[in-house]
Design a protein around this ligand. Structure first.
Ligand code: CDP
Length: 246
């Protein structure tokens, strides 16, 4: 964000990939892709590829980390070294620690942690390929993976970002727009409750632009939410073994 592109990012109302300002990238969500995890989800969001795996609720060790009143939710967002243009140094960095934290806080708002005292619920999010908007894709995947694991939740959280490029508010920035744009506004949202559980902002927005961007991101998140639910329904109606539970 912040650099200046030598070519315009919006020409005659169309973005570099042909999208209109208020259009999402193509998105595919698949639940239950990993056999060894209790719940999992794979998300392709434009050129982003993200996988989420959930383990638990299971007893938390060492015991001194346990909470006698509720489960401890642990989230790890990680980028594969090959997921970005310049090789990403393996292991946690400031950015991944921050993203893991904001995703955990968003998910804590929906998971019934108090059902599982002394337990841990672990959520791993691995970015295999990144093209901007990975925290929203990771949150979206994590939420489906938790539901796939059968973890009791108030609802799903959907992630979606809006931003600003060439002075225009747009939905769902891709990499070039993130690099050369003027603003990014990632959102975590629960459509059924009209509740915002993650909101960050990078760059500059006027008050009106902010309102428009928030509005776009909420509309985008509602579409993502529908895809999340479809992915879960698809898994639990095609898998006869588990279909009997619904
Ligand atoms: O991915 P998200 O938009 O949630 O977070 P960001 O910090 O705004 O990063 C935007 C994009 O920059 C990422 O999606 C990656 O494609 C890219 N990036 C990168 O190329 N190398 C990094 N070390 C971190 C991010």
């Amino acid at each position: 964000m912040g650099g200046k592109s030598s070519t315009p990012l919006i020409v005659k109302g169309k973005r570099l990939d042909g999208r209109k300002p208020e259009e999402l990238r193509p998105i595919k969500i698949e639940a239950g892709v990993l056999n060894r995890a209790d719940g999992s989800c794979y998300v392709e969001w434009g050129k982003n590829k993200v996988i989420a795996a959930v383990y638990g609720p299971r007893e938390l060790h060492p015991k001194h980390l346990q909470d006698n009143t509720q489960a401890v939710l642990r989230c790890r967002y990680n980028m594969a070294p090959f997921s970005v243009d310049d090789r990403k140094r393996p292991g946690p960095d400031r950015r991944s620690v921050e993203i893991s934290k904001v995703i955990r806080e968003a998910l804590e708002r929906v998971v019934f942690l108090n059902y599982f005292p002394t337990s841990a619920i672990d959520v791993f999010m691995e970015v295999l390929q990144a093209d901007a908007g990975t925290r929203c894709a990771a949150l979206t995947a994590a939420s489906v993976a938790l539901a796939d694991a059968g973890v009791p939740m108030r609802d799903l959280v959907a992630g979606c970002a809006a931003g600003k490029v060439d002075g225009t508010v747009v939905l769902d920035l891709m990499q070039e727009e993130d690099n050369y744009g003027e603003g990014d506004l990632p959102l975590g949202y629960i459509p059924s409750k009209d509740e915002i559980v993650l909101l960050q902002m990078d760059g500059d927005f006027t008050k009106d632009e902010f309102k428009t961007a928030l509005n776009y991101a909420i509309k985008g998140a509602k579409k993502i939410y529908a895809l999340q639910k479809e992915a879960l329904k698809r898994k639990y109606t095609t898998n006869k073994e588990t279909a009997k539970w619904i």
